[in-house]
Design a protein around this ligand. Structure first.
Ligand SMILES: [Zn+2]
Length: 636
């Protein structure tokens, strides 16, 4: 079994507020890191920020800040969020760190010197939002970006390329020889299929913007953000700099390196990253754990769709533990997970408030009421003890096994087997009955000890995700937190509890209707969207039915018609750009939709007091005609 552990999240793009999706990866890695520390392994947990690229340059401009000031702000907000969420990382890397920038620039030169990177010309469709080029076959309808749906730009520029083709066979062989390199298997198969379909050399520089690491030997070029970003996993360990002890320890001499990534960035991690390592003769030490997306009922969560869930909203209402629990429990490795408030509240009530919270309150109240707040391993046994201890032992073993394999969801489920068994043990032994019978005193002692010892075991098993609750329970049992470890967790290990303190409710039951109403109200005021207007704004536009009573060509412009439009008992003059599509004589008598409250303006010297609405797809144009409604009728 490994003695060390290096676990990483992707570095998040510093372009905005962290959503629940990124928090999921960060919590998952934190749970895994905490577990490994509990196994007495030397653990290095890395997270950080990806701070270069065109999108960040643009976001900074919008915010009226320099790119550096902008990413400084996002980085400090993100660090604050992680602190609130009990994320105990060992290092927070930023790609604007001087050391990182220097090493990446050096690595690029090295690849260039080895002819693994070469200068060529790129032309292709580029999505600014995703900072990715797409081939014709990848593009969506009308050459839109297949990932975000925005229009792409055809770009042709001098570019550096990384030789992927050269390494395709070697990479394929590596993947085949290391069946656990990419987990789960479905993702592994995807990568294999992608490589087998043929790799194209990857464009790894840009000249269209400035905010990034410059190519040393040709500073007109900025290194592609993904090349820049992927090296964070090494620069964070000191690779390429004077002190590379951590690189030696956690990369070169370690067989437990885990990159945890979302499925959307699989290709970068499963293809580009290992190929660069191969080109640099750096051993591939990592395994990829690939998770899905967090979906809502209406699809992928995203800021622009207005269905994003932000971790602070959840924490402010339910506390950190509840959110960490939900993310750990509900979102499986590999598949997409569904986020819904209903489900969140159901899980919270059933598993946190009932199964766990109630159990802790009841046991601690009973040991205080019946045994003066102390419990010691007794010499009598009840008929239920063997089964209780057996489930404890199995649950410990299975929980550890699942954590080892990054099956966090299963780890929680295995622990809950025991939580439920302990609840059942209370019903079976009925301590409140024993307490009334003086002769049953020793049995009561045994039952109380078994219950308190169960709480200790549970508190340790949940400690990677329910960080605060675990501490509260152990504190009530007066167990020093330094003594807590998965290694000596066996039931019966702790034989005496001289003093068990009272404890407040860990999780108060929620009322589903109240919570749904709360979030429904929150959702009514979504984030402002730049291209959206409120109904009030729309209602300001006055659209009425008008009848064209005369129309002629504009004396000074071929494309324009000047029409007199009767609206109710009023006639207004409208200049419209429809001469290419309509002969003025054919317009007379048509009833159309007219915007009537535009500020009048002169168009090529002629006053226009309104706008006739048309439908157009650039090639054709059609007046929107009204059949029956009278001139002056309101359109709404
Ligand atoms: Zn895109």
């Amino acid at each position: 079994m490994c003695k060390k552990c290096y676990v990483t999240t992707p570095i998040y793009y510093a372009s905005g507020k962290i959503q629940i999706g990124n928090s999921y990866t960060t919590v998952a890695c934190d749970v895994f890191a905490r577990f490994n520390r509990q196994m007495n392994r030397k653990t290095f947990y890395l997270t950080g920020m990806d701070e270069h690229g065109q999108k960040i340059e643009e976001a900074a401009n919008k915010a009226g800040l320099t790119p550096k000031a902008f990413v400084d702000k996002v980085a400090s907000e993100t660090k604050a969020l992680w602190q609130t969420m009990n994320i105990n990382y060992d290092y927070f890397i930023r790609t604007t760190d001087k050391n990182h920038e220097e090493v990446v620039a050096n690595v690029f030169e090295k690849l260039l010197a080895n002819d693994d990177i070469y200068l060529g010309t790129y032309s292709g469709n580029y999505c600014v939002s995703c900072e990715t080029f797409f081939t014709k076959t990848q593009l969506g309808e009308n050459d839109t970006c297949p990932d975000c749906g925005k229009p792409t730009k055809l770009v042709s520029e001098e570019s550096y390329f990384l030789r992927l083709k050269k390494y395709a066979d070697k990479l394929l062989a590596y993947i085949n020889e290391h069946p656990d390199f990419i987990v789960p298997e479905t993702r592994r198969n995807e990568v294999i299929a992608f490589i087998e379909a043929g790799l194209e050399d990857l464009c790894v520089s840009r000249t269209s913007f400035d905010w990034g690491i410059k190519v040393k030997s040709n500073p007109r070029h900025v290194i592609y953000v993904w090349i820049d970003a992927l090296f964070n996993y090494l620069t964070a360990l000191g690779y390429g700099s004077k002190n590379d002890d951590k690189y030696q320890e956690f990369w070169l001499n370690n067989d437990a390196v885990y990159h945890v990534v979302g499925k959307d960035i699989l290709r970068f991690h499963a293809i580009y990253w290992p190929i660069m390592l191969m080109a640099l003769d750096i051993p591939i030490r990592f395994k990829l754990y690939v998770h899905g997306w967090i979906l809502t009922k209406d699809g992928k969560m995203s800021k622009s769709r207005g269905n994003a869930v932000y971790p602070m909203d959840m924490i402010n209402r339910y506390g950190v533990d509840a959110l960490r629990y939900y993310l750990t429990k509900e979102l499986p490795l590999g598949n997409d997970g569904l986020f819904s408030y209903e489900r969140f509240v159901e899980r919270y009530n059933a598993e946190l408030a009932n199964d766990l919270g109630n159990l802790v309150s009841r046991v601690i109240a009973m040991v205080n009421k019946y045994c003066g707040g102390s419990a010691t391993m007794g010499f009598v046994r009840t008929p239920y003890d063997d089964s209780l201890i057996e489930v404890a032992t199995t649950s410990i073993k299975n929980t550890i096994f699942c954590f080892e394999n990054f099956r966090l969801q299963d780890a929680v489920a295995e622990t809950w087997q025991f939580v439920r068994r302990v609840n059942k043990y209370i019903d079976e032994t009925a301590p409140w009955v024993l307490a009334k019978d003086e002769k049953a005193y020793n049995t009561l002692q045994t039952v109380m000890y078994n219950l308190v010892e169960s709480l200790r075991v549970i508190a340790v098993l949940i400690s990677p995700y329910l960080v605060d609750a675990s501490k509260k329970i152990l504190k009530a049992l007066n167990i020093a937190l330094d003594d807590v470890s998965f290694v000596n967790l066996a039931f019966g290990e702790h034989q005496s509890y001289p003093k068990v303190d009272k404890i407040d409710n860990l999780f108060n039951r929620l009322i589903l209707e109240d919570e749904l109403a709360y979030f429904a109200k929150k959702e009514e005021t979504p984030l402002p969207k730049t291209d959206m207007i409120s109904i009030d704004e729309f209602m300001k536009t006055k659209i009425l039915v008008g009848k064209i009573i005369s129309s002629k060509k504009h004396p000074d412009a071929d494309k324009l018609l000047v029409s007199q439009v009767e609206i109710g008992n009023k006639v207004i003059q409208v200049v419209s750009g429809i001469a290419k599509y309509y002969d003025p004589a054919t317009l007379i008598g048509k009833k159309v939709m007219v915007v009537t409250n535009l500020l009048p303006q002169k168009v090529r010297g002629i006053l226009s007091e309104g706008m006739i609405l048309c439908a157009t797809d650039n090639d054709t144009l059609e007046l929107i005609e009204i059949k029956d409604a009278k001139s002056g009728a309101v359109v709404k």
